[in-house]
Design a protein around this ligand. Structure first.
Ligand code: GLA
Length: 363
């Protein structure tokens, strides 16, 4: 039996690095997807080919962390995590295609994990709820690939719906649909790919996570979600940890305010929250770069309601909410600023909320 399964990348509208602090985030799934075609057989090997690699990679079903690297490590990680959870995984041949750009902060890794997981589960006739699927995909990434990421990307890829953002509460692990169709109010969502690439297996992401954990421990709380006002952070003596924690506490608040602004179709207010989020990531959490700061600032200067880096940081994409009549001005201003500063030309596109993981190649 041939199974076709696909899963999207995501853009996080607001709520960065809040996931592993058990806070709130507000992602959308992207129209861009990773697709898997899987033919199972009775062997104990997966033979996986992808346009990302030179030739097929053999993944033994008994694979262990550390054995398979690069993009195929995510596939092997899903096999490993599924088996750890007690599920029988079939062997076979798998081919992967994707239009989710790798390393651009759009969660190409979660799209790959969720597409592979869906194909394997469908083929084996196993039904797992989407929260459980997200946890298995996250375990693949944390323990097989070695990137200490949270649950945001997998939940966004699995729960995405056209025209809807998802309000995720990571303490209760609940996902609530929030209508997001700014185009119906004359507002465009621009995705500005800086083309500067990032990786989260590196030390900066883990260092931010450790700072947050130390701050929570200093306050005697299980997670920074328990802290509702930035003034409570005076008890965190380390100034760097205190600043990192302030980003988390204020960002959780901004997510909830952004949901309220969107419910009122107030994109001026939502945009201002995005800009404040970018500034918090720049000054308190220190995960932006001068390149991304320039893109976000020049978008706002040219008339965007607001702009912010999206994703884990240190590269990738900026998103901007832009009144329809300013889209050309904003695009030109960003391209000009980036060119004048000597950076690579960014890719500016309009985007919207797409559907989540499922059978077939499209949402
Ligand atoms: C990466 C991680 C997510 C999340 C974001 C930041 O995308 O994979 O778990 O922490 O960074 O919000």
């Amino acid at each position: 039996m041939t199974v076709r399964y696909s899963a999207p990348g995501r853009v996080n509208l607001i709520g960065e690095h809040t996931d592993y602090n058990l806070g709130f985030a507000l992602p959308i799934a992207l129209p861009q997807r990773t697709s898997v075609v899987f033919d199972s057989d009775t062997s104990d090997v997966l033979e996986v080919s992808s346009a990302l690699g030179d030739g097929p990679v053999r993944v033994p079903l008994a694979t262990k962390p550390g054995e398979v690297a690069d993009w195929a490590g995510y596939v092997a990680g899903v096999v490993w995590a599924l088996r750890c959870a007690g599920h029988a995984v079939p062997g076979g041949t798998m081919s992967i295609t994707s239009d989710v750009e790798v390393g651009s902060g759009l969660s190409s890794s979660a799209a790959l994990e969720c597409a592979v997981l869906g194909a394997l589960l469908t083929s084996a006739g196993i039904e797992l709820d989407r929260i459980e699927q997200a946890r298995i995909a996250q375990r693949a990434e944390n323990e097989y690939v070695g990137a200490p990421t949270g649950l945001l990307d997998q939940l966004a890829s699995l729960f995405g719906e056209p025209g809807q953002a998802m309000l995720i509460d990571f303490r209760d692990v609940t996902v609530q649909s929030v209508p997001f169709a700014p185009e119906s109010s004359g507002t465009a969502l621009l995705l500005i790919d800086s083309r500067a690439r990032h990786a989260h297996a590196g030390g900066e992401y883990a260092a931010r996570r450790a700072s947050c954990e130390r701050a929570a421990a200093a306050l005697g709380v299980a997670s920074l979600r328990e802290v509702s006002t930035a003034s409570a952070l005076q008890a965190v003596k380390d100034p760097v940890d205190a600043r990192r924690a302030r980003h988390i506490v204020t960002e959780n608040q901004r997510v909830l305010e952004c949901v309220a602004a969107m419910a009122a179709s107030d994109f001026t207010a939502a945009g201002a929250l995005w800009t404040a989020s970018h500034e918090s990531m720049r000054d308190d959490f220190e995960i932006t770069t001068p390149h991304l700061d320039l893109i976000a600032a020049s978008a706002v200067q040219a008339g965007a309601f607001g702009a912010r880096m999206t994703g884990g940081g240190f590269g990738g994409c900026v998103i901007a909410l832009v009144p329809e009549e300013r889209v050309d001005d904003v695009t030109d201003a960003v391209l000009r600023a980036v060119r004048d500063a000597g950076y690579q030309e960014p890719l500016v596109t309009r985007t919207h909320a797409g559907g989540g993981a499922g059978l077939g190649d499209s949402a």
